[in-house]
Ligand binder design. Structure first.
Ligand code: C5P
Length: 232
Protein backbone atom coordinates (compact mmCIF):
# COMPACT_ATOMS: atom_id res chain seq x y z
CA UNK A 1 0.00 0.00 0.00
CA UNK A 2 1.44 3.45 -0.85
CA UNK A 3 2.65 5.58 2.02
CA UNK A 4 1.50 9.17 2.42
CA UNK A 5 4.24 11.77 2.79
CA UNK A 6 3.31 15.27 3.95
CA UNK A 7 5.45 17.96 2.39
CA UNK A 8 6.37 20.58 4.99
CA UNK A 9 6.73 23.49 2.57
CA UNK A 10 6.62 26.00 5.40
CA UNK A 11 9.05 28.83 6.10
CA UNK A 12 8.38 29.32 9.85
CA UNK A 13 9.73 26.59 12.09
CA UNK A 14 6.98 27.07 14.67
CA UNK A 15 4.32 26.63 11.97
CA UNK A 16 6.00 23.46 10.71
CA UNK A 17 6.16 22.12 14.27
CA UNK A 18 2.49 22.98 14.77
CA UNK A 19 1.54 20.92 11.68
CA UNK A 20 3.70 17.99 12.85
CA UNK A 21 1.97 18.18 16.24
CA UNK A 22 -1.51 18.30 14.67
CA UNK A 23 -0.72 15.31 12.46
CA UNK A 24 1.21 13.32 15.05
CA UNK A 25 -1.44 10.61 15.41
CA UNK A 26 -1.70 10.06 11.69
CA UNK A 27 1.48 10.89 9.77
CA UNK A 28 4.94 9.44 10.23
CA UNK A 29 6.55 10.53 6.94
CA UNK A 30 7.47 14.16 6.22
CA UNK A 31 9.19 15.80 3.28
CA UNK A 32 11.75 18.47 3.99
CA UNK A 33 12.40 20.41 0.81
CA UNK A 34 14.06 23.66 -0.16
CA UNK A 35 11.64 25.92 1.74
CA UNK A 36 12.05 24.64 5.32
CA UNK A 37 15.69 23.66 4.79
CA UNK A 38 16.60 27.15 3.59
CA UNK A 39 14.46 28.90 6.19
CA UNK A 40 15.51 27.06 9.33
CA UNK A 41 18.13 24.43 8.50
CA UNK A 42 18.74 20.76 9.12
CA UNK A 43 17.76 20.71 12.82
CA UNK A 44 14.16 19.82 11.92
CA UNK A 45 15.46 16.64 10.24
CA UNK A 46 17.28 15.52 13.39
CA UNK A 47 14.21 16.39 15.45
CA UNK A 48 11.90 14.31 13.21
CA UNK A 49 14.28 11.34 13.07
CA UNK A 50 14.82 11.49 16.86
CA UNK A 51 11.06 11.39 17.45
CA UNK A 52 10.70 8.27 15.29
CA UNK A 53 9.38 9.97 12.14
CA UNK A 54 10.65 9.27 8.66
CA UNK A 55 12.19 12.02 6.54
CA UNK A 56 12.23 12.52 2.79
CA UNK A 57 14.98 15.06 2.13
CA UNK A 58 13.92 16.66 -1.15
CA UNK A 59 16.73 19.06 -2.04
CA UNK A 60 17.06 17.70 -5.58
CA UNK A 61 20.84 17.62 -5.55
CA UNK A 62 22.46 18.52 -8.89
CA UNK A 63 26.19 19.28 -8.97
CA UNK A 64 29.57 17.82 -9.87
CA UNK A 65 30.16 14.24 -8.66
CA UNK A 66 32.56 15.14 -5.83
CA UNK A 67 30.17 17.70 -4.37
CA UNK A 68 27.27 15.29 -4.60
CA UNK A 69 29.26 12.44 -3.02
CA UNK A 70 30.02 14.58 0.03
CA UNK A 71 26.52 16.07 0.22
CA UNK A 72 24.81 12.68 0.02
CA UNK A 73 27.14 11.40 2.74
CA UNK A 74 26.00 14.25 5.03
CA UNK A 75 22.34 13.58 4.27
CA UNK A 76 22.64 9.81 4.81
CA UNK A 77 24.39 10.30 8.13
CA UNK A 78 21.34 12.21 9.40
CA UNK A 79 19.24 9.07 8.91
CA UNK A 80 16.93 10.27 6.17
CA UNK A 81 14.80 7.58 4.59
CA UNK A 82 14.61 9.07 1.08
CA UNK A 83 16.61 11.78 -0.68
CA UNK A 84 16.42 13.24 -4.16
CA UNK A 85 19.01 13.90 -6.84
CA UNK A 86 18.33 15.21 -10.36
CA UNK A 87 18.90 12.43 -12.91
CA UNK A 88 19.84 15.25 -15.30
CA UNK A 89 23.07 15.43 -13.25
CA UNK A 90 24.22 12.43 -15.29
CA UNK A 91 25.75 9.02 -14.69
CA UNK A 92 28.91 10.04 -12.85
CA UNK A 93 26.94 12.17 -10.42
CA UNK A 94 24.37 9.39 -9.81
CA UNK A 95 27.08 6.81 -9.23
CA UNK A 96 28.81 9.15 -6.78
CA UNK A 97 25.54 9.49 -4.87
CA UNK A 98 25.05 5.71 -4.72
CA UNK A 99 28.66 5.22 -3.57
CA UNK A 100 28.25 7.70 -0.72
CA UNK A 101 24.99 6.10 0.35
CA UNK A 102 26.43 2.57 0.29
CA UNK A 103 29.25 3.44 2.62
CA UNK A 104 27.29 5.79 4.93
CA UNK A 105 23.77 4.44 5.40
CA UNK A 106 22.52 1.60 3.19
CA UNK A 107 19.02 2.30 4.58
CA UNK A 108 18.67 5.61 2.73
CA UNK A 109 16.93 5.34 -0.64
CA UNK A 110 18.13 7.57 -3.48
CA UNK A 111 15.28 8.87 -5.61
CA UNK A 112 15.92 10.49 -8.98
CA UNK A 113 13.96 13.49 -10.16
CA UNK A 114 12.94 13.03 -13.79
CA UNK A 115 10.93 15.98 -15.14
CA UNK A 116 9.24 18.20 -12.55
CA UNK A 117 5.48 17.81 -12.30
CA UNK A 118 5.12 21.55 -12.90
CA UNK A 119 6.42 21.13 -16.48
CA UNK A 120 4.28 20.70 -19.58
CA UNK A 121 5.45 19.53 -23.04
CA UNK A 122 5.74 23.18 -24.13
CA UNK A 123 7.85 24.00 -21.06
CA UNK A 124 10.43 21.28 -21.77
CA UNK A 125 10.62 22.24 -25.45
CA UNK A 126 11.42 25.79 -24.44
CA UNK A 127 14.45 24.67 -22.42
CA UNK A 128 15.77 22.63 -25.33
CA UNK A 129 14.44 19.07 -25.07
CA UNK A 130 13.21 17.67 -28.37
CA UNK A 131 11.41 14.62 -26.90
CA UNK A 132 8.00 14.89 -25.27
CA UNK A 133 7.72 14.50 -21.49
CA UNK A 134 6.92 10.77 -21.57
CA UNK A 135 9.97 9.91 -23.68
CA UNK A 136 12.19 12.16 -21.62
CA UNK A 137 10.98 10.70 -18.32
CA UNK A 138 11.51 7.14 -19.59
CA UNK A 139 15.01 7.95 -20.80
CA UNK A 140 15.96 9.56 -17.48
CA UNK A 141 14.45 6.68 -15.52
CA UNK A 142 16.55 4.19 -17.55
CA UNK A 143 19.71 6.11 -16.72
CA UNK A 144 18.82 6.26 -13.01
CA UNK A 145 17.97 2.55 -12.90
CA UNK A 146 21.19 1.68 -14.65
CA UNK A 147 23.24 3.68 -12.14
CA UNK A 148 21.70 1.86 -9.17
CA UNK A 149 19.41 4.49 -7.67
CA UNK A 150 16.35 3.14 -5.87
CA UNK A 151 13.50 4.91 -7.60
CA UNK A 152 12.24 8.04 -9.26
CA UNK A 153 9.95 11.01 -8.71
CA UNK A 154 7.34 11.10 -11.44
CA UNK A 155 3.82 12.23 -12.11
CA UNK A 156 0.99 9.71 -11.78
CA UNK A 157 0.34 10.37 -15.47
CA UNK A 158 3.61 8.59 -16.32
CA UNK A 159 3.20 5.73 -13.87
CA UNK A 160 1.43 3.40 -16.32
CA UNK A 161 4.32 3.02 -18.75
CA UNK A 162 6.99 3.39 -16.05
CA UNK A 163 5.55 0.56 -13.95
CA UNK A 164 5.51 -1.70 -17.01
CA UNK A 165 9.22 -1.12 -17.51
CA UNK A 166 10.33 -0.91 -13.84
CA UNK A 167 8.61 -3.28 -11.44
CA UNK A 168 9.06 -3.26 -7.68
CA UNK A 169 11.32 -2.74 -5.77
CA UNK A 170 12.11 0.29 -7.99
CA UNK A 171 10.23 3.02 -6.12
CA UNK A 172 7.76 5.46 -7.64
CA UNK A 173 7.35 8.67 -5.67
CA UNK A 174 4.44 10.82 -6.87
CA UNK A 175 3.83 14.50 -6.03
CA UNK A 176 1.23 16.68 -7.72
CA UNK A 177 -1.63 14.99 -5.83
CA UNK A 178 -4.89 16.88 -5.47
CA UNK A 179 -8.24 16.02 -3.89
CA UNK A 180 -9.90 17.27 -7.07
CA UNK A 181 -8.02 17.96 -10.26
CA UNK A 182 -7.11 21.60 -9.92
CA UNK A 183 -5.27 24.30 -11.72
CA UNK A 184 -2.20 25.72 -9.97
CA UNK A 185 1.52 25.64 -10.75
CA UNK A 186 1.40 21.82 -10.93
CA UNK A 187 0.59 20.85 -14.52
CA UNK A 188 0.58 17.03 -14.28
CA UNK A 189 -1.69 16.39 -11.30
CA UNK A 190 -3.72 13.33 -10.23
CA UNK A 191 -5.99 12.21 -7.43
CA UNK A 192 -4.97 9.78 -4.70
CA UNK A 193 -7.12 7.01 -6.20
CA UNK A 194 -5.43 7.44 -9.59
CA UNK A 195 -2.03 7.29 -7.87
CA UNK A 196 -2.88 4.11 -5.96
CA UNK A 197 -4.35 2.35 -8.99
CA UNK A 198 -1.34 3.25 -11.13
CA UNK A 199 1.10 1.73 -8.62
CA UNK A 200 2.67 4.62 -6.68
CA UNK A 201 4.82 3.63 -3.69
CA UNK A 202 4.75 7.08 -2.08
CA UNK A 203 2.17 9.83 -2.43
CA UNK A 204 3.52 13.30 -1.65
CA UNK A 205 1.04 15.99 -0.64
CA UNK A 206 1.89 19.54 0.34
CA UNK A 207 -0.53 22.45 -0.01
CA UNK A 208 -3.77 20.46 0.10
CA UNK A 209 -2.74 19.45 3.65
CA UNK A 210 -0.65 22.29 5.04
CA UNK A 211 -2.90 25.07 3.74
CA UNK A 212 -6.07 23.41 4.97
CA UNK A 213 -8.08 24.68 7.95
CA UNK A 214 -8.07 21.10 9.21
CA UNK A 215 -4.91 19.27 8.05
CA UNK A 216 -5.69 16.15 10.08
CA UNK A 217 -9.07 15.76 8.40
CA UNK A 218 -7.52 16.12 4.93
CA UNK A 219 -4.84 13.55 5.79
CA UNK A 220 -7.46 11.13 7.11
CA UNK A 221 -9.45 11.53 3.87
CA UNK A 222 -6.36 10.88 1.76
CA UNK A 223 -5.47 7.82 3.85
CA UNK A 224 -9.01 6.48 3.56
CA UNK A 225 -8.84 6.91 -0.21
CA UNK A 226 -5.53 5.00 -0.27
CA UNK A 227 -7.02 2.07 1.68
CA UNK A 228 -10.25 1.97 -0.38
CA UNK A 229 -8.43 1.95 -3.70
CA UNK A 230 -5.76 -0.51 -2.59
CA UNK A 231 -8.48 -2.98 -1.56
CA UNK A 232 -9.98 -3.07 -5.08
O1 C5P B 1 1.92 21.57 -2.58
P1 C5P B 1 2.16 20.39 -3.47
O2 C5P B 1 1.30 19.19 -3.11
O3 C5P B 1 2.13 20.74 -4.93
O4 C5P B 1 3.66 19.95 -3.11
C1 C5P B 1 4.38 19.02 -3.86
C2 C5P B 1 5.78 18.92 -3.31
O5 C5P B 1 6.51 17.96 -4.06
C3 C5P B 1 6.56 20.23 -3.36
O6 C5P B 1 7.38 20.28 -2.20
C4 C5P B 1 7.44 20.08 -4.58
O7 C5P B 1 8.67 20.75 -4.43
C5 C5P B 1 7.68 18.57 -4.62
N1 C5P B 1 7.99 18.00 -5.93
C6 C5P B 1 7.18 18.17 -7.04
N2 C5P B 1 7.57 17.64 -8.26
C7 C5P B 1 8.69 16.94 -8.36
C8 C5P B 1 9.51 16.74 -7.25
C9 C5P B 1 9.11 17.28 -6.03
O8 C5P B 1 6.11 18.77 -6.94
N3 C5P B 1 9.02 16.39 -9.52
Amino acid sequence: MPELIVSLDISERKNAEAIIEKLSSSVIFYKIGAIPFTAFGPEIIRQLVFSGKKVFLDLKFFDIPNTIENTVQCACSMGVELLTVHILGGRNMLKAAVRARNRTNPGTRIIGVTILTSFSDDDIKEIGFSDDINKQVLNLAEIGYDCGIDGIVCSVQELGFLRKRFGPPFLMVCPGIRAKLSDDDQKRTATVSQAVKAGADYIVVGRPVIESENPLLVVEQFKKEIIENEAR
